[in-house]
Design a protein around this ligand. Structure first.
Ligand code: UDP
Length: 252
């Protein structure tokens, strides 16, 4: 049987939300089942989002994060944690992947993920129009062995693992079965840390795997780009007068 993929997406209300969620939903619709899409909003959940999710035809769970946070730097962290807690509490079995609503994902990415047994990672292309260039972040591999990292100027040497949030996936059983996976710490993981920007991925991954030798570069060779992380700022969109809908989510 095919492995279940558990795709975790934090989302919030803004101009492009309907566009982003529809686009991601349509990609997930094309991925052979079983796929479970866990979409997490901050309190309160929006009925518009619920409506949109129903129409995608993807198996989903719509969760609400009740944590009070006004820190704009958190950017979905508490929502991802809500999903992690849900996956652990309900012992949902599958490959967990953090897919932000605004990135670009290919179908081969999801096919590749199904071959991960414990922890898999791959390079992600980051596009920042303001910087006018694309950069890579993620593993350099020899076969499926991780032998180094593509880094960028944001990170330099300080981070242990140079992995983007959308550049890794792991077997959910790592969360509750530390012995099987030789997890470095036997403390419960549960949480992505709200540490300073750029360090969330590495501090989380450091709890999942000991070192590179326990990682799977996927697909072997790590030479293909399967998803793109866009840094598009859609916060300052300007609409012609009268166009802005109160909730911004358009019906399709
Ligand atoms: N996000 C959210 N609430 C926020 C900010 C971000 O739910 O206040 C979600 C957003 O929808 C996306 C993810 O968190 O799925 C990452 O956000 P963003 O792309 O803005 O961050 P970046 O990738 O640019 O760091």
């Amino acid at each position: 049987p095919r492995k279940q993929l558990i795709v975790v997406t934090p989302t919030y209300n803004r101009a492009f939300q309907a566009y982003f969620l529809n686009r991601l939903g349509q990609v997930l619709r094309l991925v052979p089942p079983p796929v479970l899409w866990i979409v997490v909003e901050m309190n309160p959940a929006s009925t518009k989002t619920a409506e949109l999710l129903r129409k995608t035809g993807v198996m989903y769970r719509h969760l609400v994060c009740t944590k009070n946070s006004t820190d704009v730097k958190d950017r979905g962290v508490h929502q991802r944690n809500t999903a992690l807690e849900h996956i652990e509490n309900h012992r949902l079995n599958g490959i967990v992947y953090f897919a932000d609503d605004d990135n670009i994902y290919s179908l081969p990415l999801f096919e590749t993920m199904r071959h991960i047994s414990g922890f898999g990672t791959w390079p992600v292309a980051m596009l920042a129009p303001s910087k006018n260039k694309a950069i890579l972040e993620g593993p350099v591999c020899n076969g499926s062995q991780v032998i180094g990292w593509h880094t960028n100027e944001r990170s330099k040497k300080l981070r242990r693992f140079h992995v983007d949030m959308s550049g890794f996936a792991f077997n959910s059983t790592i969360l509750w079965d530390p012995k099987t996976w030789r997890r470095p710490t036997s403390n419960p993981i549960r949480q992505l840390d709200t540490v300073k920007e750029g360090f969330q991925e590495t501090t989380f991954i450091e709890q999942l795997v000991e070192d590179e030798s326990h990682m799977e570069g996927s697909p072997p060779g790590c030479s293909s780009i399967m998803n793109w992380h866009l840094h598009l700022d859609s916060h300052n969109e300007v609409y012609p007068k009268g166009w802005l809908l109160p909730k911004n989510l358009d019906a399709v």
